[in-house]
Design a protein around this ligand. Structure first.
Ligand code: SF4
Ligand code: SF4
Length: 430
């Protein structure tokens, strides 16, 4: 599909503004009633999904021909969090603003209208197969000394463990990856890693609009799965999960194996009695749904229809397009794991599950608009604090990094954990 194919979606947006807020039925307070970080921060209609739909329509219809800096800012100062895709469904409009935002970015990049700050990630990807441009040779450093892990490059294993760019190169997050590996191995999972040969899933650059190499990365990961004979790929990265579950299948690039998030596998292991959570962890916590694990982790499906002009003023997708409303993301497994820990009291934030507020790290906002990204993360911390929880727990390295930075910057006392860190405490770890 090309941008011109989205005339149906963009011309049917009625500017109702539902894409900016929680659905009325779900709102519990004015303070946390907004759901689109971009419009909340910039407070001008253009910086909403609706505004971007109309920019796209103006480009499609040739009413706008110049790619100004303000157009680039409007397109890219967005978290690509997918909240608008969910809330646009409030009145069953059957549009796909999330898809339009993605296509608009792809179009801009193809026209050479890149955000310079994104180039570092894209150059890093081309050079070292990761979005930080860090040496490829260092990718497996997090696992040094974990000799029980199989080498997916030379050995057969049931499960390929994909750690992702963020955790692989963020030393402060290495203990999280190491604990996941130890817990899964201790429960009898036959686990392999690709170490320095693991590559980016391609999802983050794709969401920046750079879609040139996603096929290469999907083929690379599929090849590695086949080579080690894994029946399953398990990732602790929200971005990786959303890419494997949603972006690849939408592009017809399905992986030749089951895809799980680490919390899904852990929930199974707890239910089968393979992981014993015996120690009490007396703590009131709240859980943050990573966008790409939740609403953007809803399984994707390739649509092979066309938009047909049924009457002079009526265009419709034929056959009907699959509807993505975010409800089939990975929401319950991390919560069920937390509930299985003795002593944990889990409280929900006002915006949760498919109506979760973004951590700020998505869509290249962090790389290019750091004030906006850190404001978004700080807003989530405020919401977590409003529940009275002493800790904010999540299940994605990007969210953890965003929240850890926000707490440090603002001097907040709330603690940030990955699910596995509390599991480790319950299993007798520190
Ligand atoms: S994108 Fe959807 S929710 Fe937003 S203004 Fe348009 S129709 Fe309404
Ligand atoms: S993807 Fe998120 S930040 Fe971007 S317009 Fe939609 S709701 Fe707003």
């Amino acid at each position: 599909m090309a941008l011109k194919d989205y005339e149906y979606e963009t011309s049917h947006c009625i500017r109702c503004s539902w894409c900016k807020f929680m659905p009325f039925q779900q709102i519990k307070s004015k303070r946390f009633s907004y759901l689109c970080p971009s419009i909340s921060y910039l407070n001008f209609h253009t910086y909403s999904a609706a505004g971007r739909m109309h920019l796209a329509l103006a480009l499609i219809q040739g009413r706008m021909t110049e790619y100004s800096d303000s157009l680039k800012q409007a397109v890219f100062e967005c978290n690509m969090c997918g909240a608008c895709q969910v809330t646009c469904r409030t009145w069953n409009y059957n549009l796909n603003p999330g898809e339009v935002l993605q296509e608009l970015r792809g179009h801009m990049v193809e026209q050479g209208q890149l955000i310079p700050e994104h180039m570092a990630a894209i150059d890093g990807l081309k050079r070292e197969d990761n979005v930080f441009g860090e040496p490829k040779a260092d990718r497996g450093k997090w696992a040094e000394g974990l000799d029980f892990l199989k080498d997916a490059n030379t050995e057969k294993a049931d499960v390929l463990f994909h750690v992702g760019c963020r955790t692989s190169y963020d030393e402060e997050l290495w203990p999280i990856a190491r604990t996941w590996a130890k817990v899964l191995n201790g429960a009898g999972v036959d686990l392999a890693i690709a170490g320095q040969n693991e590559a980016c899933c391609g999802g983050r650059p794709y969401e920046m609009g750079y879609r040139g190499e996603i096929e290469k990365y999907a083929e690379d990961i599929a090849g590695r799965v086949k080579a080690c004979g894994a029946s399953k790929i398990v990732t602790l990265c929200g971005d990786g999960y959303g890419t494997f579950k949603s972006i690849y299948p939408t592009l017809g690039l399905d992986l030749p194996c089951e895809v799980q998030h680490t919390t899904e596998l852990l929930e199974e292991l707890i239910n089968n009695g393979k992981v014993n959570l015996k120690n009490k962890v007396p703590m009131k916590v709240t859980y943050h749904d990573p966008c790409h694990l939740g609403r953007k982790g809803e399984p994707g499906q390739k649509w092979e229809g066309t938009y047909e002009r049924l009457h002079p003023h009526m265009i419709a997708p034929v056959p009907e397009k699959p509807i993505k409303i975010g409800v089939d993301g990975c929401y319950d497994p991390p919560r069920n794991v937390l509930k299985a820990i003795p002593g944990i009291e889990l409280v929900e934030m006002e915006r949760s599950r498919e109506y979760s507020w973004c951590c700020g790290a998505g869509g290249g906002a962090w790389e290019a608009f750091d004030d906006f990204a850190s404001w978004t993360g700080g807003e989530r911390i405020e919401e977590a604090k409003s529940t009275g929880a002493e800790a904010l727990v999540t299940a994605c390295g990007w969210c953890e990094r965003s929240f850890m930075d926000s707490v440090k910057e603002n001097g907040d006392k709330i603690k940030i954990y990955d699910v596995i860190e509390l599991v480790d405490k319950a299993m007798g770890g520190s």
